[in-house]
Design a protein around this ligand. Structure first.
Ligand code: G3H
Length: 535
């Protein structure tokens, strides 16, 4: 039986208590404006017990802005960009780095508030919430380091065929930045910070869940960047995003979420060729367990890979193919391990499985389980599929086949389908037919078999993991996907590239041109054309 229970107010440890955050402000054009219109109540996935009553804790509320405000935010970004003539896009890289460093300092000052809200808003365990914050800080620092390196490389002239040129990376324009709910800070900043530091101006809309955790950062956003460089909007995406896209004034869509939503947003741009998209979308990463795999280690990796943060990671292992010879043993060990995972509140020690933030999610997962049962699978772990309000205990489904919804759909939650296979062509066919292609994991020992599997897989996904779960990190590695999984590549250095374009100043190597260039460099008459390096 699951040991989850929701606490009373009094049972919440003082350290993790949360006061309601009723956010009334939004940032446009450097001004923190006050909102007095409609509001969205924010419910925590964590329920509170009060006598017989168990209800989701109310965390506060945020403004439900209208298209009028989202267009004002975009106008502010347009003005700050000023067709590339604005203070921010023309600022030397060193100057922009200083602004981001200032932001980093202000951000770290509110760490505890952000981490606590992260935990309460999306139900991520406290250690993982803290890790998300710290990983993000590291990401920003590494971004600064990478940009210094990039700038150093661009600080010299290149000569080719009698032409000399200075090639630099320049901003793209106005970026609409929308992050996901499962990594509302980290994944948002992996696009927001590179977009800003490369000289773009930004309109930022947090995802539906994970909004209030940005409230303690609002002042830092305001104080760290020139007016209009970073603007924030809140509300119903369908209502407030459309008009901005239709205006044609968004140059880059940085979106992490579902493919359906990104398609709907992209389609509204009147000149799609002018829109660059940086997208992190769905995935259904398979784990392929071969008969000679080290079972202990494969089980550990697969449990972590499929159930860390309740399986709500785009990189999670969302289907496990296990060679039939070892399938029963694998399923037994896997189920035991899953049953041993701690269930409870995110602040409790040794807890892995926590309540789910998405409205209607437990019902959706339950439907997936029922559909699998109708089609011949069972819930094979002892504590599987216990539902308590927003909580769903992990259900291991076996044997899963292609008739079941869970074989195809991205469950993004604590349901683990295990498919036995006789021939390696089966998981490979699954990948060929899949609409997505982010990563895969292979568990085994035989170099011949693994080698033969790698080749078809690398052309279906963008990372093949050997004897380990799928994951994004380290952040210096390219993170991308094929098919409907991604557009563009993110890593510390790739993100700097994806939010910029190379542009150059070129001149024939004539004495007159050399004289002009010397004059520009000596007189610092151009910010772009410069051989200075950041020390
Ligand atoms: O949700 C998708 C994240 O990018 C996964 O990152 O593999 O570090 O958990 P992670």
């Amino acid at each position: 039986m699951t040991n989850v229970f929701f606490p009373t107010e009094q049972e919440i440890p003082d350290k993790y208590k949360v006061s309601p955050v009723n956010q009334t402000k939004y940032l446009i054009g450097g001004e923190l404006r006050e909102w007095s219109g409609a509001r969205q109540e924010v419910l925590s996935p964590i329920c509170i017990r009060d006598g017989d009553k168990i209800e989701q804790k109310v965390l506060g509320s945020y403004p439900m802005l209208t298209p009028e405000e989202s267009m004002q935010a975009l106008d502010a970004a347009v003005k700050a960009y000023d067709n590339g003539k604005g203070v921010w896009p023309t600022m030397p890289v060193e100057g922009r780095i200083k602004h981001v460093e200032g932001f980093l300092e202000r951000m770290t000052a509110v760490r505890s508030d952000v981490v606590n809200l992260l935990m309460w808003e999306i139900g991520k365990t406290y250690p993982d919430s803290a890790k998300e914050f710290d990983r993000t800080v590291e990401y920003v620092k590494d971004t600064i380091k990478a940009l210094k390196g990039l700038d150093e490389q661009s600080s010299r002239f290149q000569r080719e065929g009698g032409i000399m040129a200075q090639i630099r990376r320049a901003p793209l324009g106005k970026v609409l930045c929308m992050g996901p709910y499962n990594y509302p800070l980290n994944e948002t900043y992996t696009t927001l910070i590179p977009a800003l530091i490369m000289g773009n101006t930004v309109v930022f809309k947090p995802s539906k869940y994970g909004v209030l955790l940005h409230e303690p950062l609002l002042k830092a956003y305001q104080e760290s960047f020139p007016p209009g460089v970073l603007n924030t909007i809140y509300g119903d995406g369908k209502t407030i995003i459309g008009p901005m896209m239709k205006s044609g004034n968004i140059d880059v869509l940085a979106f992490i979420g579902s493919c359906g939503v990104s398609n709907a947003i992209e389609r509204q741009h009147p000149k799609p060729n002018r829109l660059r998209c940086v997208l992190g979308l769905g995935a259904k990463n398979p784990g392929i367990v071969l008969k000679d795999a080290d079972l202990e280690s494969a089980v550990n990796e697969c449990v972590q890979g499929s159930l860390s943060y309740n399986g709500q990671r785009c990189t999670a292992l969302k289907v496990l193919f296990v060679e039939r010879e070892i399938a029963d043993e694998f399923v037994k060990k896997f189920s035991e391990k899953v049953d041993g995972l701690g269930h409870g509140m995110p602040w409790q020690d040794k807890v892995t499985i926590t309540p789910l933030p998405e409205a209607g999610k437990t019902q959706y997962l339950d439907d997936l389980v029922k559909d699998a049962q109708i089609n011949g699978a069972g819930v094979v772990n002892l504590t599987g599929r216990v539902i308590d309000h927003t909580f769903f205990s992990p259900a291991v489904l076996y044997p899963v086949n292609s008739k079941m919804k869970v074989y195809h759909e991205e469950q993004f939650g604590p349901v683990v389908p295990i498919v036995p296979f006789d021939n390696i062509s089966e998981p490979l066919e699954y990948m060929d037919n899949s609409e997505v292609g982010q990563q895969a994991s292979i568990f085994g020992k035989d170099p011949e078999v693994i080698g033969a599997l790698i080749d078809p897989l690398v052309n279906q996904v963008c990372r093949v993991n050997l004897n380990s779960q799928c994951q994004r990190g380290p952040d210096s590695f390219p993170f991308t996907g094929r098919k409907d999984s991604a557009e563009g590549t993110l890593s510390i250095t790739d993100a700097l590239r994806v939010f910029s374009i190379r542009t150059l100043v070129a001149a024939k190597e004539s004495p007159q041109n050399k004289e002009i260039l010397r004059g520009i460099l000596k007189g610092t008459t151009s910010q772009f054309l410069s051989t200075d390096v950041i020390l």
